[in-house]
Ligand binder design. Structure first.
Ligand SMILES: [Zn+2]
Ligand SMILES: [Zn+2]
Length: 141
């Protein structure tokens, strides 16, 4: 069984071609992707699904927690990623939106810690709190 199929099964979802293909695109991507980019990637692979189908499938995947929906700091709309991706967020205390960071700033620090202390680091969590651009604007007005 393929990885993408196992993910669907683990989330109690039936395996369909569209679901499998969308999961695969998310697996291949190192960054969160928009529904539109998933749609374009499917097109490139010769798929014939419509953008509305992509949205509908993503909705199901998000509901079953196979995929996570992220807000963006700019106005480019929602981004999607697999729910088990290692990710850090900026958390807005005003509107409670979460904005993903592109990369993990602690990877090299973890290695350094292991070298310096002999502590076998197995993971970490990090969230950064503050106010998003929209909320900053509202605060000023
Ligand atoms: Zn906000
Ligand atoms: Zn990290």
């Amino acid at each position: 069984m393929e990885n993408s199929e196992r993910r669907l099964k683990n989330c109690g979802l039936k395996i369909t071609r569209q679901r499998r293909e969308i999961i695969k695109i998310l697996e291949q991507s190192t960054r969160p992707v928009s529904a539109e980019n998933i749609f374009l990637a499917l097109r490139q692979q010769g798929g014939t699904v419509s953008l509305s189908t992509v949205y509908r499938v993503l909705e199901i995947l998000v509901n079953k927690k196979a995929v996570r929906r992220l807000n963006t700091v700019d106005e480019s709309g929602a981004l999607f990623e697999l729910d088990d991706t290692h990710r850090h967020y900026l958390v807005c205390l005003g509107c409670h939106k979460m904005f993903p960071l592109d990369d993990c700033p602690l990877e090299t620090y973890e290695k350094k810690l292991t070298c310096q202390t002999g502590f076998d680091v197995t993971g970490h969590s990090l969230e950064i709190y503050g106010y998003c651009r929209d909320c900053c604007k509202k605060k000023k007005n």
